[in-house]
Design a protein around this ligand. Structure first.
Ligand code: ZN
Length: 365
């Protein structure tokens, strides 16, 4: 009885799937980039398709070969073998296997399922992007730092400005009024950033929070520059990490900013992980202080799993900016409760006001 029911169920379920898969899609192009603007660096492969495609992924027993199958797809790109990042995912090979395209990715370290993410993106008429399958492969041996409950490092105990001190002409005191702040809404355009369980994209959260932050800072007399104000790439679509992030840092440097704030949402393979962190890079004696002042305000934002502390991170935008800079990771989009909170405009405003308070405290009120 139970078996019969299941068989009928399978039959009815299979029918619409077969219909939707009737027309083959073309794999038109593929590209990859190493992203270092997240706590764990990763290689992102993007495959352009003429129609939506179902994808399946598997990892070999030794963990060093990942196979992604694009169902009912014709291999129309001339790229058959591409070299990628030798420290994360060294190569990808594309072959037509019957009706499907098989993508074989080699990694120097053994991957586990939590290191691999495969998802689809719809056609984007605004940014002129086709249907896409995206494969993210995380670098092994890098874990996001754990929460240090009750043991927040105080800026005074942190390493001082020994590494290439920021050479910018910036001010660190005298109140927020008249200060120049550059805000960087993470990701955008061709780069959605991390994606939550319901499909909410990191770039959809970072932009409104950044826009609210601009309003909050301007209301207190600051002069604000934005790396972007709409859903676009700053350098250009599908640029390398250095080009895209370099373009963002240039906005801050060119405007002689007193502080640079990059807004991101975190993501992790375990959906129960959550909380709020602020990253800094000790290039001046004020980076950690700015991070701590902001973290003090945002750590207990309602709807999130609390304080993950300030953390030193060798992140491009923090290293190359000439002024004190931070990258806030406002919760985890991979956590269903935090993803839901991030969709709420009230929460986004709350984050903006708290970050503005932290920046004001840093400048001395
Ligand atoms: Zn991000």
């Amino acid at each position: 009885m139970r078996k019969l029911f299941l068989m009928c169920f399978a039959f009815f379920m299979a029918l619409p799937l077969l219909l939707s898969q009737a027309k083959a899609a073309d794999l038109q192009d593929t590209r990859w980039v190493t992203r270092t603007d997240a706590p764990i660096p990763y290689v992102r492969m993007v495959m352009d398709l003429s129609a939506p495609v179902k994808a399946a992924a598997s990892i070999s027993k030794d963990g060093k070969t990942t196979t992604v199958t694009l169902k009912n797809t014709k291999l129309k790109t001339s790229k058959r073998n591409i070299s990628m990042d030798s420290s994360i995912a060294s190569s990808a090979q594309f072959v037509q296997a019957g009706k499907d395209v098989k993508v074989t990715i080699k990694t120097p370290s053994a991957l586990e399922t939590e290191d691999l993410k495969v998802f689809s993106l719809k056609k984007d008429t605004v940014n002129k992007k086709p249907y896409r399958i995206v494969v993210d492969l995380q670098k092994k041996g890098v874990a996001p730092k754990q929460v240090n409950y009750g043991k927040k490092p105080s800026p005074a105990t942190l390493p001082a400005s020994s590494k290439n001190a920021g050479s910018g002409n910036y001010s660190t005191s005298g109140g927020l009024k008249g200060k120049v702040i550059t805000i960087d809404p993470g990701h955008g355009g061709s780069d959605p950033g991390a994606i939550g369980p319901t499909g909410y994209q990191e770039k959809q959260a970072t932009l409104p929070i950044s826009n609210y932050l601009k309003t909050a800072l301007e209301a207190r007399g600051a002069k604000v520059f934005m790396t972007r104000t709409t859903d676009v790439d700053v350098y250009g679509p599908h640029a390398s990490g250095a080009d895209e992030l370099g373009a963002r840092v240039r906005v801050a440097n060119a405007n002689n900013s007193d502080a640079f704030i990059s807004v991101h949402i975190n993501s992790f393979t375990n959906p129960s992980v959550g909380g709020i962190a602020t990253y800094y890079y000790s290039k001046t004696s004020n980076d950690a202080r700015l991070a701590q002042k902001i973290q003090n305000e945002i750590a207990d934002t309602p709807g999130f799993k609390g304080d993950r502390g300030i953390q030193e991170g060798n992140l491009y935008v923090l290293r190359h900016s000439k002024m004190p800079a931070v990258l806030v990771e406002l919760g985890f989009i991979s956590n269903p409760q935090e993803e839901r909170a991030l969709k709420n405009a009230q929460t986004e405003q709350d984050f903006a006001n708290r970050i503005a308070n932290g920046i004001a405290n840093y400048f001395g009120g």
